[in-house]
Design a protein around this ligand. Structure first.
Ligand code: UD1
Length: 416
């Protein structure tokens, strides 16, 4: 199995361009099942998860062509299958996002219970509650879920938690339903806004995406269109922390700064200089990193997908930092790995208490999930010795060319 090796690196310097957002590209690819004409997506990141989603679309009868780097053409005029195979679902939880589109486009969908990162039990009750409210019948047996409906009819749906995936799945199901659907306590993430603007380009009628109430007026049919995926705010945040932790000076390009406000604020609290300039942000690190606290929350709060990377940074901040994880119930698996590298972290339920140490030291470690993997790469950049990271398929699921991009900034990182 391939590994990533990271040697102690000099302060990172230079410019890095951020790729399109994984978490935007995945639902938008799923939503491409709704269009009856050609769809062209630009700035699609080159990732394992995207490959899996393209395989899912192909298995359902869509034609998927890679036209150029980051440009994918999809034609879903001949969808001829409604079953997502276990093998594809178990590779990636986001495969579940094809359920809403299939249900509304062809009236039925079947899949196994989703897999993906092991960061909690991650139920799908809210997705199913939404489908039911629109008139679908749901059956769960032998690890399979099927949903069918002769027709979907708009309804008022309140989400008990602003789940990103449930908001997306219900929004996609509602675009072809009869009448109006209102989703209350909807997720407000930028990726929801990107999905809505893509669907509206295809002919949907969605208002309010980005607020907690989304109104969707059903239309008869969606066509085609061209859409560019928004930049990945989590990849941007990861490179910002890379600059901060190495005491570097990096300009992170292709960012929407309003999407990364909590990351900017927290880096400033650690003593780093952060300079916003149009669609780029420059992060200048400091030798005197100061402790800070974070509490993960749905957008616009601090993103849970940046929690692990910040914990690596906090391990080297002077003083005691506290992290409270409110979004997922089991998202501290990176802690044991960071402790093997010398970090001083204690967990108490959903809180982690991090006492800053003077240095980290290399050790053989395992990426336990995608962002945990990124946290270990960051630790490797500053740890004494050579850090060997195993299970790197998690990192490849979500980071487009992480070694190339870091190497260009001066990092000593290799794959073997
Ligand atoms: C998406 C992101 C993921 C990010 C997460 C939270 C994608 C492909 N993935 O995941 O990177 O970490 O948002 O920002 O976009 N929940 C329920 N019932 C449900 C659905 C969710 O209880 O039906 C709970 C989950 O267990 C979790 C919380 O809601 O505790 C948040 O999950 P959700 O927002 O749905 O995350 P995902 O869409 O899976």
């Amino acid at each position: 199995m391939e590994k990533i090796l990271v040697e102690t690196s000099p302060p990172l310097k230079g410019k890095v361009r951020i790729s399109g957002a994984k978490n935007s590209a995945l639902p938008i690819l799923a939503a491409s099942l709704l269009g009856t004409e050609d769809i062209i997506l630009e700035d699609v990141p080159n990732l394992k998860d995207i490959e899996v989603m393209c395989e899912v679309l192909t298995s359902l009868g869509a034609k998927v062509e890679i036209l150029d780097k980051g440009i994918i053409k999809i034609n879903s005029s001949n969808i001829n299958n409604y079953v997502t195979r276990y093998e594809l679902m178990s590779k990636m939880r986001a495969s579940f996002l094809v359920m809403g589109p299939l249900l509304t486009r062809i009236g039925k969908t079947q899949t196994s219970l989703p897999g993906g990162c092991a960061i909690g039990t991650r139920p799908i009750d809210l997705h199913l509650k939404g489908f039911k409210a629109l008139g679908a019948t749901i059956n769960v047996d032998h690890g399979n879920i099927s949903a069918y409906a002769d027709k979907l009819v708009g309804n008022k749906i309140y989400l008990d938690f602003p789940s990103v995936g449930a908001t997306e799945n219900i929004m996609m199901a509602a675009v072809l339903a009869e009448g109006e659907t209102i989703i209350d306590n909807a997720a407000m993430e930028p990726e929801i806004v990107d999905l809505a603007s893509f669907l509206n380009k295809l002919g949907a009628d969605i208002k309010g995406a980005g607020t907690s109430t989304i109104k969707i007026k059903g239309v008869k049919e969606l066509g085609g269109g061209v859409h560019s995926i928004i930049p990945d705010r989590i990849e941007a945040g990861t490179f910002m922390v890379a600059s901060a932790i190495t005491g570097g000076d990096v300009v992170v390009e292709n960012v929407i700064t309003s999407h990364i406000k909590p990351i900017i604020a927290k880096l400033k609290e650690t003593g780093c200089e952060v300079i916003e300039n149009g669609d780029s942000v420059r992060v200048i690190g400091t030798k005197d990193l100061r402790a800070t606290d974070i509490k993960t929350l749905p957008y616009p709060g601090f993103p849970t997908d940046m929690q692990a990377q910040f914990m690596t940074l906090m391990s080297l901040c002077k003083g005691t930092s506290v992290v409270i994880e409110t979004v997922f119930e089991n998202r501290f698996m990176h802690v044991d790995e960071l402790k093997r590298m010398g970090a001083d972290i204690k967990i108490d339920g959903r809180s982690a208490i991090i006492n800053g140490v003077d240095k980290l030291t290399s050790a053989p470690v395992k990426a336990t999930d995608l962002r945990a993997g990124a946290a270990l790469v960051l630790a490797g950049l500053v740890a004494e010795g050579v850090t060997e990271i195993d299970n790197i398929y998690h990192i490849d699921r979500g980071y487009d060319g992480i070694e190339e991009k870091l190497s260009k900034l001066g990092a000593r990182i290799y794959r073997k």
